[in-house]
Design a binder for this molecule. Structure first.
Ligand SMILES: [Zn+2]
Length: 210
């Protein structure tokens, strides 16, 4: 559960997401882990990158970064936030934010490694983040999973359906209707929806149908 951004996320919101998934028959096969409880792992990874010279302090404010790229790679300012010293100097992602929260980019790489994730299937909205994650894995000596990105659902303006674009909550639609829409989007055959639907949907799924 990606709940690192604590001012915006909270435990109740996470449980509401899990309850929604369960209503659609999607239940985890291992206990859910919460990123907000794992900062010691992210701290250890960051400390290793700092010790190896693969992270550098950044003192830029958000408004400075809005008008110019971060110059801190060459300045060595007082620590404020920490950035990854990427091999190409292009993907110098923030690792620890100035407000003290670890960044998604570091947390997801550490979590995938500690959970022995071998295959990642996710939305194409994260495609741009993937090269930076692979560079971080290499800097930390982690194996790189196989990545596969599929198109996310977008509205008529091309924006990803999300709270920010005022998309209706999925809970507002009857479960079977919502699943029927999802199956159509994924190119799955319109089979009868029973609580056992994942048993037929998993073997029927193919990225070529999308
Ligand atoms: Zn900077």
């Amino acid at each position: 559960m990606e709940d690192l951004d604590e001012p915006r996320c909270n435990r109740a919101a996470g449980h509401a997401i899990l309850a929604s998934l369960a209503r659609f028959g999607l239940v985890p096969d291992e206990p859910v882990i919460w990123q907000s409880e794992r900062t010691q792992f992210y701290r250890a990874a960051l400390d290793r990158l700092i010790a190896d010279g693969r992270a550098y302090p950044c003192a830029c404010t958000r408004s400075q970064l809005a008008v110019a790229p971060c110059p801190c790679r060459h300045l060595n300012p007082q620590p404020h936030a920490w950035r990854f010293r990427s091999p190409d100097a292009v993907d110098d992602a923030i690792l620890l934010r100035a407000d003290g929260y670890f960044a998604y980019q570091l947390a997801v790489v550490v979590d995938d490694h500690l959970q022995n994730i071998t295959h990642v299937v996710r939305g194409d909205d994260l495609l741009d983040a993937t090269p930076g994650q692979i560079a971080l894995q290499q800097a930390l000596g982690y194996a790189t999973p196989v990545y596969h990105h599929i198109p996310v659902v977008r509205d008529a303006n091309g924006d990803k359906l999300s709270k920010q674009t005022r998309a209706a909550a999925i809970d507002e639609m009857p479960t079977e209707l919502a699943l029927a829409h999802a199956f159509f989007h994924l190119g799955l055959p319109p089979l009868e929806i029973t609580p056992r639907w994942p048993a037929w949907a998993v073997p029927a799924w193919s990225s070529r149908r999308i």
